[in-house]
Design a protein around this ligand. Structure first.
Ligand code: IMP
Ligand code: MG
Length: 185
């Protein structure tokens, strides 16, 4: 790993190696469950950009995989959810009759995933499951079912590996906690 950490990073929460190991563990279970049916991975932009790409490549090439994306926003530009989820970009293909697997970066209050499950669920998919890399179970506001869960996060705002603070830090290969002054300045 790079020894020079970018401005504002306080500590690494999960290394690139830990993220990769969790992704492989998830891929093994998903591969078993979808061995006999095609799966449509629906990555949630922008946060799940890298996770979707890495998960897709961790799945065996014997699987029948398609990839689509949609984009939502809930946080605006702060570190607190507005509680309001907005669809910025829909899937390119329909979901009807397909085995859809939503691929999300992190679940916090649960509103984003719940919104997406409702949205795609109404389109009559053959099945609908969710795979989430990071779980923050501390402030759940809705009881949402997650089929595949990677890592449990400490109760803190994290960035990197697709996750941002005011659109920055997404490119970091690891997940990290920010210095408190970042939120004030
Ligand atoms: P929820 O709607 O509160 O479950 O939050 C889900 C969305 O909020 C995720 O898709 C992320 O984009 C964002 N989010 C939640 N926690 C964090 C965090 O610690 N860092 C960056 N983004 C987060
Ligand atoms: Mg997200």
């Amino acid at each position: 790993m790079n020894t020079v950490t970018p401005k504002g990073i306080a500590a690494i929460v999960f290394t690139a190696e830990e993220i990769a190991a969790a992704t492989v563990r998830l891929a093994e279970v998903i591969a078993r469950d979808y061995a006999s049916e095609p799966v449509l991975l629906v990555g949630v932009l922008k946060g799940a950009l890298f996770f979707t790409a890495d998960l897709a490549r961790a799945l065996p090439d014997s699987l029948d995989i398609s990839i689509d994306f949609l984009a939502v926003t809930s946080y605006g530009n702060s570190d607190r959810s507005s509680g309001e989820v907005r669809l910025l970009k829909d899937m390119s293909e329909g979901a009807e009759g397909k085995h859809v697997l939503i691929v999300e970066d992190i679940i916090d209050n649960g509103l984003t995933l719940s919104y997406l499950q409702d949205l795609i669920g109404r389109r009559h998919p053959a099945s609908l499951r969710s795979c989430v890399l990071l779980d923050k179970p501390y402030r759940r506001r809705v009881d949402v079912k997650v089929d595949y869960l990677g890592l449990t996060c400490p109760d803190t705002f994290i960035v990197g590996y697709g996750l941002d603070y005011q659109e920055k830090y997404r490119n970091l290969p690891y997940l990290a906690r920010l210095e408190p002054w970042v939120f004030e300045g």
